[in-house]
Write a protein that binds this ligand. Structure first.
Ligand code: F6R
Length: 230
């Protein structure tokens, strides 16, 4: 596991360059994508590169980590809306090659990823409680894509984007921890003042289901980028 502590803009530069390198060099690149505040600068840079003619996403497929249960694609808080708005509608990707987990495809999602060729680069953020995707503490390390209940701490963290806490869905569909671990490479961005404690916990290097992200110590190809200003 490699840790890099850098300015957030350098982090976004590094990761977007790596993604562009992959997309420009591989016939069928497969990206795993996260939403939320942490990866937003990556998407901005991918859009800028596309606008400058530096990258073409026509052959790229994407699989998002998670989606709320009960929010449709027109709901600005849905992750489909976020992805369309921040990336997919602004580049030349075929929208039919962009996938998010849903109640309908939940049981097939891991097979869909496998059939596509497996995720080349998986982008992750981390919750203040150590969640990855919506795999909350004590989710089995063997889990595949599944429906899950959100914890109070995640509902509280995510309520900043809703008009009040009651509007935050209580359930989500998420790639499981094993689904994430199958990715060929994992890149995590850690930013946000509320992540200070979880960084300390993670750096202890103890792998335990109480901190879902700690599983990353068992993966051979992981870069963790920490925002210097936290
Ligand atoms: C989002 C996701 C979540 C977030 C995490 C951090 O698709 O899977 O695990 O990465 O909750 O969220 P932010 O980046 O908003 O702090």
């Amino acid at each position: 596991m490699n840790y890099y502590i850098k300015n957030l803009s350098e982090i976004y530069d590094d990761i977007s360059k790596e993604i562009i390198g992959l997309v420009n060099s591989k016939a069928n690149p497969i990206l795993g994508l996260a939403t939320g505040s942490s990866p937003i600068g990556i998407y901005e840079r991918l859009v800028n590169a596309y606008n400058k003619g530096e990258v073409c996403f026509k052959n790229t497929k994407t699989f998002n980590l998670d989606e709320y249960v009960g929010l449709d694609s027109y709901n600005p808080n849905s992750y489909r809306y976020y992805m369309n708005n921040n990336l997919f509608n602004k580049i030349d990707i075929d929208i039919n090659n962009t996938f998010l987990p849903s109640l309908e495809n939940c049981d097939k999602y891991d097979d869909m990823i496998k059939t596509a060729g497996g995720i080349d680069i998986m982008i992750l953020g981390i919750g203040s409680n150590g969640h990855i995707g919506f795999n909350e503490p004590y989710t089995s390390f063997d889990s595949l894509t599944h429906v899950t209940d959100l914890t109070e701490s995640t509902i509280k963290d995510n309520s900043r984007l809703f008009s009040n806490t009651d509007e935050v869905p209580k359930k989500a569909i998420t790639m499981g921890i094993e689904s994430i671990m199958r990715s060929k490479k994992i890149v995590m961005v850690i930013t946000g003042k509320n992540k200070k404690n979880i960084i300390k916990e993670l750096k202890k290097g103890i792998v335990h289901e109480s901190i879902p992200a700690s599983i990353l110590y068992r993966h051979k190809n992981v870069d963790i980028y920490i925002d210097k200003s936290i």
